[in-house]
Design a protein around this ligand. Structure first.
Ligand code: BGC
Length: 755
């Protein structure tokens, strides 16, 4: 069980701390309950290792019982995936049958990217956290742990014991419609944060899952596309994020993705599953397919797929027949079943049965608010227009994006249901699966600003009529324009440009009143042709159940913003490694593609070549010397910080220390970022993130930060020798508050090492 690395207590706000510390009492309660039900079955002896317990249990199982663990039994409410057995399930994404004779519980599976999916459709309530990309922008390990803990507690309270969260596909393509579900473009930031999130889920006895393995970096043609990429590039970028997350949290499950990687489906890809995941990384848990992502029986089983979801098209009767015909050895079935059982033990679902209960609604609202407060990124603050000066702001225009009623959320299998239904259209009723609605949570920026600025006249214009919005802005002291970009699984954005008339709206308001602030609610980067014409820019992301409260507290200065971008904001689509996502060939759209998505075979040649290789995100812009709108790691504060006294000592685990001082007049939190420049012989992009620390400082306060650099973060992948190694030579380490503001730098010689 992994606990968040200890951070200065001051960074951890009260609700997050209460959630993290309070987790212990849940365990004690569960432990007492489990002792009563524990019987004499030898595999229930908790002093044994998870491996030993799984082996003991496996010995008692018949072939049919083993096979029953290797597939799901349908998906509630998905027409094409219905099975009679789903009536026993809790109504989530998947269900694995119990084996009561041996005390093996059912596994009830729910999606839970930023909260428990579709709770409303099941007559329950769930808290929406800020989107995963938002939370990554907090650069806060404690917040990531609290995020996972909240999800795990709500899952168990609703009767689930397995989570489908842990999305970590790197933002190689920021127009990917699931960017909001992932943790940004850097493998060290994403991997370490997802590690905390999944460790918290595991600690609460939920089988955690990391997905979508691998290189599922776009939604266009996701069931057929071949992501073509060199081994070195994937090992140091997309796969590296998984490697770190799996090492740190040891999740119970890995979900293989829909797409092909170098022409081979991910769920039957020997290199990804057998060679790397289970071989080099020694992953002891099980691999589940994405829903409908299995394409074969014998090949997938040999390659290392352990479990098919959500049905048994390939791992049901067909697998039994393959065993009988000796195409699949019994030892392979044992290996699949053993891995699944091991996760049941290791993640605690054998010892801690789920008990439905009422979730801590109030406490969890506090937590989601505080995570959002640490995730909002202040991108521009000319003339210190922010925080709003309540005493001198007599009138405020709030414009656009339904800010009068709510804030946007991301769609698809991640969708959490807002209480009361969609805030912009309650008549819509329960939010159905796969909804294509823009779903707003009832957290209204307009109402929160009115509450926090009682002496200011705060008026609203929808933004549909540009001249009405401009007229309101003209007669107000300050204007805040809300803009949004909605994302959903299954589709990519055509562009990072804001849709509809939103750019024109910002231009019109800014022309009417130069004291204009723009608040973005986006799930990815956005283009801002108007950036030079407004005085303030705030990225609020998809802010979760309490987004508006968090935002209003930042805008009014109750909270000092401390988020930093986890993805680069480019100047235009043309600056991306691929200015256009390759369009789907006509032959692959329509009925043929639908057959593929439910498990059929395909002969499609649709592919995308990730020829930018190692140059993902900021590494691309650095290497190509391209200007960006806002760089990776960038974010402003209402105070200022200074860096001094960098010391780096060499060796196999370089020790880095430096001092950060709050040089302003407000207390605030700073994310200190540590980058390494590798020896030129490695032919790596100019720099990579190798460490970070978030610290809260009072005005005038200084603190020494020490980081022992994880040697894994310094490795390159040697394609000839097939291993990761630290290349001996001269390294530079640089620290600062953004990937493009690194005031201190020191060189040091490091020895070579194999990892
Ligand atoms: C998504 C997964 C999700 C699964 C179950 C798939 O379409 O890609 O992320 O967990 O459905 O809902």
């Amino acid at each position: 069980m992994i606990r968040p690395r200890s951070l200065p207590a001051s960074i951890t706000s009260a609700a997050i701390l209460a959630l993290v510390l309070g987790a212990g009492s849940t365990r004690i309660r569960a432990q007492q309950g489990a002792q009563v039900t524990q019987d004499a079955k030898p595999w229930m002896d908790r002093s044994l290792s998870s491996d030993a317990r799984a082996n003991l249990l496996l010995q008692q199982m018949t072939l049919d019982e083993k096979l029953s663990l290797l597939h799901g039994n349908g998906m509630a409410r998905e027409a094409q995936w219905q099975r009679p057995l789903t009536r026993d399930s809790n109504g989530g994404a998947g269900y694995i049958n119990p084996i009561p004779r041996l005390g093996i519980p059912a596994v009830d599976i729910s999606d839970a990217a930023y909260g428990v999916r579709a709770a409303g459709a099941m007559g329950r309530y769930a808290t929406a956290l800020p989107s995963n990309l938002a939370a990554a922008s907090s650069w806060d390990r404690h917040a990531a742990y609290a995020y996972g803990l909240l999800i795990a507690q709500e899952l168990r309270a609703q009767g689930f014991n397995m989570s489908l969260g842990g999305g970590i596909n790197l933002t190689r393509e920021p127009r990917n419609g699931r960017t909001f579900e992932y943790l940004g473009e850097d493998p060290v930031l994403a991997g370490t944060l997802v590690g905390q999130l999944m460790a918290a889920e595991k600690a609460e006895h939920v089988i955690s899952d990391i997905k979508h393995y691998a290189v599922n970096d776009q939604e266009t043609g996701r069931d057929i596309v071949s992501a073509n990429i060199s081994k070195r590039a994937m090992r140091e970028s997309d796969l590296f994020a998984f490697q770190i997350g799996i090492r740190d949290a040891q999740p119970g499950a890995v979900m293989c993705s829909y797409n092909r990687v170098n022409h081979q489906y991910a769920c039957e890809n020997d290199y990804l599953l057998r060679e790397v995941l289970k071989g080099e990384w020694r992953f002891p848990g099980f691999v589940t397919s994405d829903w409908g992502g299995t394409h074969s029986t014998v090949q997938a089983s040999h390659a290392g797929l352990d479990h098919e979801e959500p049905m048994d098209d390939f791992f049901g009767p067909a697998l039994k027949a393959a065993v009988e015909q000796k195409q699949v050895p019994l030892a392979e079935i044992d290996d699949h079943a053993r891995r699944i059982l091991r996760s049941y033990f290791d993640d605690g679902i054998m010892d801690y049965p789920v008990n439905r209960s009422v979730i801590d609604v109030e406490g969890h609202l506090e937590v989601t608010q505080q995570i959002e407060e640490g995730s909002i990124v202040l991108l521009k603050n000319e003339h210190s227009i922010l925080p709003l000066d309540a005493a001198h702001t007599r009138s405020l225009a709030v414009v656009g994006a339904h800010a009068d009623v709510g804030m946007l959320s991301g769609g698809g299998s991640a969708q959490v249901d807002p209480p009361g239904g969609n805030a912009i259209n309650p008549a819509e009723g329960a939010i159905s699966f796969q909804t294509h609605s823009h779903v707003y949570f009832p957290t209204s920026p307009l109402k929160q600003l009115r509450a926090m600025l009682p002496n200011t006249k705060v008026d609203f214009a929808s933004g549909d009529d540009l001249s009405a919005a401009a007229a309101l802005a003209r007669q107000s002291d300050i204007a805040i324009v809300f803009v949004q970009q909605w994302e959903m699984e299954g589709m990519d954005l055509p562009s990072l440009a804001l849709p509809g008339n939103q750019d024109a709206l910002v231009e019109a308001v800014a022309a009417a009143n130069p004291r204009t602030i723009v608040v973005l609610e986006t799930g990815t980067a956005a283009l801002m042709p108007w950036a030079g014409k407004v005085q303030g820019i705030v990225e609020a992301w998809y802010g979760g159940s309490r987004g508006a409260t968090a935002l209003a507290r930042v805008l009014t200065g109750v909270v000092n913003p401390s988020g930093k971008l986890a993805i680069t904001f480019p100047l235009s689509d043309a600056d991306l490694p691929h200015p256009v996502i390759p369009p789907l060939p006509a032959a692959d759209s329509g009925a043929g593609a639908a057959a593929v998505s439910t498990g059929g075979s395909t002969h499609s040649n649709y592919s995308v070549s990730y020829d930018e290789g190692l140059e993902v995100g900021y590494k691309w812009y650095d290497a190509q010397e391209k200007q960006v709108l806002f760089p990776f790691g960038f974010g402003l504060s209402y105070t200022t910080f200074a860096y001094s006294e960098l010391h780096v000592s060499g060796g196999t685990k370089p020790h880095v220390s430096f001092t950060v001082k709050n040089t302003g007049t407000r207390s605030g939190a700073e994310v200190a970022e540590l980058y390494a420049m590798l020896p030129s012989t490695t032919k790596e992009p100019p720099k990579r993130l190798v460490g970070y620390e978030k610290l809260r400082l009072a005005p005038g306060e200084s603190r020494e930060v020490t980081i022992d650099v994880d040697p894994l973060f310094l490795t390159v992948y040697d394609e000839q020798e097939s291993h990761m190694r630290v290349v001996p030579g001269r390294y530079s380490f640089a620290v600062g508050g953004s990937s493009q503001a690194l005031p201190l730098k020191q060189e040091v010689d490091l020895p070579g090492q194999l990892l």
